[in-house]
Design a protein around this ligand. Structure first.
Ligand code: GTP
Ligand code: MG
Length: 196
């Protein structure tokens, strides 16, 4: 059974004017391209191919809004870190992200999705910076934890926690074996409910 039976794709936006109405609460998912954002959303919402079903070419640079239930949304932010992306696209991305973080009153939390094997990169720190600027609580999912041995995954978690300190919560996660799904969902709900 779906935990979010009403969950559905709402729309993709390429400019602030296209964002859905700024009411209720939403939590944004950000991360490097291919980090596992869509897979994490699918596990948390408990629907196969949910975040992916609406995928169309070029969508990587779009802000995707999903309805979770009345008054609650998930936002799949454009993936970043493609070396080949033209600088004009990178500028567009930075402008769109700055605009999104500064203007969204309904934005209640940020999930940062990081491949546990790569650790945090410059763009990840930039996202945490955006969140910090506007006082947004953040949660880091170190995903693809199934790709590491248990001990290595535990060490990675400790190291990232030490690196980030109290600024953000951090957990290990795997979309493949669903490790950490309850913890992730609980944190999502905390962010959404803090606003009610
Ligand atoms: N082993 C393993 N593979 C994963 C996990 N999460 C995602 N993947 C794989 O990593 C690849 C990228 O996953 P996506 O969820 O599409 O990543 P994304 O961040 O949404 O990527 P973009 O939307 O293209 O930016 C896919 O081949 C997934 O099957 C995980 O927890 N474990
Ligand atoms: Mg995706």
């Amino acid at each position: 059974m779906s935990l979010y039976p009403q969950a559905r794709f709402l729309k993709s936006a390429n400019a602030p004017g296209q964002f859905v109405e700024d009411v209720g609460a939403e939590v944004a998912f950000a991360g490097r391209s291919n980090a596992g954002k869509s897979s994490a959303i699918n596990v948390i919402v408990n629907r196969r191919q949910f975040a992916r079903t609406s995928k169309t070419p070029g969508r990587t640079q779009l802000v995707n809004f999903f309805h979770l239930r009345d008054g609650a949304r998930i936002v799949d932010l454009p993936g970043y870190g493609y070396a080949k992306v033209a600088s004009r696209m990178r500028d567009h991305w930075a402008d769109l992200m700055a605009d999104y973080f500064e203007s969204r009153r309904s934005l209640k939390g940020l999930f940062l999705i990081v491949d546990i094997r790569r650790r945090l990169g410059d763009f990840d720190h930039q996202m945490l910076g955006f969140a910090d600027t506007v006082g947004l609580p953040t949660h880091v999912l170190l995903t693809k934890a199934d790709k590491l041995k248990r001990g290595q995954a535990a060490t990675a978690l400790l190291e990232v926690r030490r690196e980030l300190g109290d600024a953000t919560s951090v957990q290990n996660f795997s979309a493949s074996n669903r490790h950490g799904e309850d913890e992730a969902r609980a944190r999502l709900e905390e962010f959404l409910e803090a606003s009610e």
